[in-house]
Design a protein around this ligand. Structure first.
Ligand SMILES: [Zn+2]
Length: 147
């Protein structure tokens, strides 16, 4: 049974030994990915083994923060009281430039304006002293001459 005071709070991740580096990175504005030194597989979700070959030789490297919207869904009905003020918001499946896909949410614009393959970039949003969450905003082309 969820207590009302807890339902009004958003669930937050709890860093542990495996993920402490990852959360520290986000606090510093960097999204760390695990690169396998044996098979070059890149994974987003922190694990002690490579998901592709089982190697333990994983190295953290900061992602570029650039990606595209692989899939998304605009949420109009909050999943709980804690999210009531956030609706509508867009949940994104972002394909990072490095390959991994991650679920995140869209910030800094109208969620109804999100489209497939839209270019997005990482924004680290501080939630508490310990936790910053990775969000994505639309990349605005600053110079039309690049086209
Ligand atoms: Zn590997």
């Amino acid at each position: 049974m969820i207590k009302p005071e807890d339902a009004a709070k958003k669930p937050l991740p709890t860093p542990d030994a495996d993920t402490a580096v990852f959360w520290k990175g986000l606090r510093e504005g960097r999204l760390l990915l695990q690169h396998c030194l044996d098979c070059r597989h890149v994974q987003y979700y922190q694990q002690s083994l490579c998901r592709s070959c089982g190697s333990e030789r994983l190295e953290h490297r900061a992602a570029s923060g650039r990606g595209t919207v692989h899939s998304f869904s605009v949420v109009h009905r909050a999943p709980g009281p804690a999210f009531k003020d956030d609706t509508p918001y867009a949940v994104l499946l972002v394909e990072l430039e490095e390959g991994p896909r991650m679920v995140s949410s869209f910030v800094g614009g109208d969620p109804e304006g999100v489209t497939f393959d839209m270019a997005v970039e990482l924004v680290c949003e501080p939630i508490t002293d310990e936790i910053s969450l990775p969000r994505f905003r639309r990349v605005i082309n600053k110079s039309p001459a690049d086209h």
